[in-house]
Ligand binder design. Structure first.
Ligand code: 13P
Ligand code: SF4
Length: 347
């Protein structure tokens, strides 16, 4: 592995500013070592937009992040994902045909009173759908501000594709559970507990399979065995888990909270395994462990490893892009409307 690492450093030296490697916080250590910048999805979107120098952006993250980078960068910049299998099961849960069909159905019920908001963890086509319908993207760092903004535009909103982030955020803003409904894209139906006309937030029935592995039972067990431990979770966890935890927030929030915590404190963290392990390594003066004792890796994030990164860079050196991520012009134009409405607002 030392030889491989040396070769990556050599390629980075040769390409200099022509190459930029962003790395999401959930990436493996062996990849993060080479990242020119690390961040959560909001930070990586902002960095992609700001970078106008790099000819090649080798994106160490998942497919929707590389698509976002391609939409935000200039035409002469190439975005590369070292493994095309690095997708996101949550993003795949909202497909554009299903979404267009749902929209027609929802307009029949609610007319022109709905604004679509999509978590950035979605395909470029879904971002474009939101863009052309007056809506925007959100990340876990700015979801509250964006939902508040959405209600200045329309009476109700459709939140794609993560029901948990949507529900947790809306609840934090004082919206009651009976004012939320779920759109089931498989059954093509709206499910709500209360009267349909009272619905303010329609949640798309999608989820993150990694964050759904944290449970209330794990928190209860910890309260008995380690009452001094603070439980901090990502809002992609279920409503029940977020309610049972002590703190919740985006990846950035989790990192900052733990960084500022006093030495000797103990933290059970409900988010992706690579990040939890890295936090534990970076803060040996604190006790940091995964809320789920069996750990929760994001398998698709983990597709990008040392070998894929090196292979992709070697191919680049001989003029081959593996794999280029390109979003077509119309989708880029409309998707950027949604991204811009988010990036222009303070989070
Ligand atoms: P953030 O980076 O916005 O916290 O999102 C977490 C995530 O699941 C990325 O796929
Ligand atoms: Fe998708 Fe969840 Fe993995 Fe993030 S952690 S990339 S939301 S599957």
């Amino acid at each position: 592995n030392d030889e491989k690492r040396e070769r990556i450093y050599e390629i980075k030296r040769i390409l200099g500013n022509r190459l930029f490697i962003p790395g999401h916080h959930y990436q493996r250590n062996e990849v993060i070592e080479f990242a020119d910048a690390t961040g959560d999805s909001l930070q990586l979107a902002q960095l992609s937009k700001a970078n106008r120098d790099a000819e090649y952006i080798v994106f160490c993250g998942v497919h929707f992040m590389a698509e976002t980078a391609d939409m935000l960068t200039a035409n002469n910049q190439h975005v590369i994902l070292p493994d095309l299998k690095a997708g996101c099961s949550m993003a795949d849960m909202a497909d554009i045909a299903q979404t267009e069909k749902a929209w027609i159905e929802l307009q029949k019920v609610y007319g022109d009173t709905i604004l679509p908001l999509t978590y950035v963890n979605s395909t470029a086509a879904i971002k474009a759908f939101c863009g052309r319908n007056g809506g925007a993207t959100v990340t876990s760092s700015n979801a509250k501000a964006m939902v508040e903004w959405a209600f200045t535009q329309k009476q109700r909103l459709l939140f794609l594709p993560d029901q948990h982030l949507g529900r947790n955020t809306a609840y934090d803003l004082g919206i009651e559970l009976h004012e939320m409904a779920i759109w089931d894209p498989i059954k093509h139906e709206l499910v709500c507990e209360g009267p349909i006309e009272n619905v303010k937030v329609i949640l798309w029935k999608g989820h993150c399979s990694v964050h759904e592995k944290f449970t209330v039972a794990q928190i209860e067990e910890l309260r008995l065995t380690s009452p001094e431990t603070t439980v901090i979770v990502h809002p992609e966890c279920t409503f029940e888990v977020v309610q049972a935890s002590d703190m919740n927030g985006s990846t950035h929030y989790i990192i900052e909270t733990i960084r500022k915590a006093a030495p000797g404190t103990s933290w059970a963290v409900g988010t992706e395994m690579n990040l939890v392990n890295r936090l534990a390594q970076q803060h040996p003066d604190k006790k940091i462990f995964s809320l789920n004792p069996t750990m929760c890796p994001c398998l698709t994030m983990n597709r990008i490893d040392l070998d894929h990164l090196l292979w992709s860079l070697e191919e680049l050196m001989v003029g081959n892009l593996h794999y280029p991520i390109t979003v077509d012009e119309t989708t880029t134009l409309e998707g950027n409307l949604a991204l811009k409405r988010m990036l222009d607002r303070p989070s």
